[in-house]
Design a protein around this ligand. Structure first.
Ligand code: NDP
Ligand code: 2IT
Length: 445
């Protein structure tokens, strides 16, 4: 890492002790930015990096709620409003027991650059809670969401901060959150949340957008080597919103997706995953992946273990951070891997990224490859602002244009900085320069 940047990075790490994922995200971005600072000394004079690493505002709050047995429960809520240079803070809410301030800060930091890459007018933020939705009834989820919003409402707004979903937060949760916001504020402010239902201000394609976008991005990478998804053997991790829609899109393009996972195990379905059955189990019945095995022939369920023990030509990690390590990456490379598209945020460890890059694997980092979700959230905001709703075909066309645009910008930036095919470099520099220019123009704030 460039010595000037390393000194700033060390200060950031020292002032944010114990936040390993945040340190990892900051270090990875800083490693790309040396050459930009040679060309743009004004970014150092303007303390851009120091300001970028210090969120504009961090909110931590108590979330009290009552479970079905009448017991009082206390969780912790977070919203980190990281950077508003390009637009209102924008980013999802994650409900998972692993959520803490460091996780929210890593996600919010990544979101700044991701949102800049989309070309849409959105800043970066993230939030969530250590609430565990697993096994909770609808009524418990509703009471939790209502309590969460009873504090959050005062910090968000169409022009201020616009949350959406992430792990553990989908259409059901956004509905309860929106209802409580409307009740407290007495405003039908559609643009305050994205990922809403279609009949009340949501956008078509938003549910599919992250998974579809990841595959569109990976397809563009494959095209640079005269390849495509057609005929590829694909392994996906996760079986949530991003994973399911990535599986669907990859198979539409002619790939066979032979496996996917959840935190308990994985299924292997050599004939190609039956997406309708998977949606029924996960989205309708809210069941576990294990249930898939009994309902389709020639399927194996592996309890525990890692889906990255399987062979694939294309790997799409769509579960969570640091799920794919250096050893798994090396094994995949030895067994014929061509490309990786990160549907999740930071799913590959730093070792894994190094293995992929040294082996010349096409590697699409999350902040570029999974930007289709937030980009379509911005399209939802656009529809809300104009009180309009677009067709599926039109919205999908916009998503495709945006993803191809992100791919091309990352590739062109990597070329410009002398490292063709390095999408990590392209994404980090491409996102950073846009935000840094806006921050300089807006003065020291
Ligand atoms: P969901 O809650 O819909 O699904 C999450 C999936 O990942 C589940 O299958 C879950 O399994 C698995 N998972 C979660 N945590 C772990 C863990 N610690 N170990 C193993 N598996 C785990 O979330 P999404 O699909 O929305 O999000 C997946 C990833 O994509 C996240 O990294 C998220 O930040 C990222 N992302 C999401 C976007 C969106 O629009 N939703 C946009 C861009 C990125 P289980 O049910 O067993 O917990
Ligand atoms: O990580 C992400 O980009 C998301 N969870 C989606 C954020 C959004 O505002 O749609």
């Amino acid at each position: 890492m460039d010595a000037r940047l390393e000194a700033i990075r060390d200060t950031v790490l020292a002032r944010n002790p114990g936040e390993g994922e945040f340190h990892q995200a900051v270090t990875e971005v800083f490693e790309s930015l040396g050459p930009v600072h040679d060309r743009h000394p004004e970014f150092l004079e303007g303390a851009i990096l120091e300001r970028l690493c210090e969120p504009e505002r961090q909110i931590i709050f108590r979330v009290p709620w009552v479970d079905d047995a009448g017991r009082f429960q206390i969780n912790r809520g977070f919203r980190v409003e990281f950077n508003s240079a390009l637009g209102p803070f924008k980013g999802g809410l994650r409900f998972h027991p692993s959520v803490n301030l460091g996780i929210v800060k890593f996600l919010g930091f990544e979101q700044i650059f991701k949102n800049a890459l989309t070309g849409m007018p959105i800043g970066g933020g993230k939030g969530g809670s250590d609430f565990d939705p697993r096994g909770r009834s609808d009524a418990e989820i509703m009471r939790f969401c209502q309590s969460f919003m009873t504090e959050l409402y005062r910090h968000i707004g169409e022009y201020t901060d616009v949350p959406a979903g992430d792990i553990g937060v989908g259409g059901r949760e956004i509905g309860y959150l929106f209802g409580q916001y409307k009740r407290i504020t007495n405003r039908y402010e559609s643009g305050v949340l994205t990922g809403k239902g279609i009949s009340w201000g949501g956008s078509l394609v938003r549910p599919e957008a992250t998974g579809y976008g990841t595959v569109i991005f990976a397809e563009e990478m494959l095209k640079t080597r005269g390849l495509s998804f057609d005929g590829q053997r694909v392994v996906v991790s996760g079986s949530g919103n991003v994973a399911i829609n990535a599986i669907a899109k990859a198979q539409t393009l002619g790939a066979t997706v032979v496996a996917c996972s959840d935190s308990s195990g994985y299924i292997v379905d050599e004939a190609g995953i039956d997406v309708a059955l998977l949606r029924q189990i996960k989205e309708v019945e809210r069941g576990r992946l294990k249930d898939y095995e009994a309902r389709r022939s020639a399927v194996t369920y592996v309890d525990g273990g890692s889906v990255w023990d399987l062979d694939a030509t294309v790997a799409l990690p769509c579960a969570t951070q640091n799920e794919l390590d250096g050893a798994a990456a090396a094994r995949l490379v030895r067994h014929g891997l061509l490309a990786v598209g990160e549907g999740a945020n930071m799913p590959s460890t730093r070792d894994a990224v190094a293995v992929f890059q040294e082996a010349g694997i096409l590697f699409g980092p999350g902040k570029a490859a999974n930007a289709g979700g937030v980009a379509t959230s911005a399209l939802e905001m656009q529809q809300n602002a104009s009180r309009d709703s677009w067709s599926f075909a039109h919205t999908e066309e916009r998503l495709t244009e945006i993803m191809v645009g992100i791919h091309d910008r990352c590739a062109a930036t990597a070329d410009e900085y002398g490292d063709p095919g390095n999408y990590v470099l392209g994404a980090n520099i491409g996102g950073f320069v846009k935000v840094a220019d806006a921050m300089l123009a807006q003065g020291l704030i």
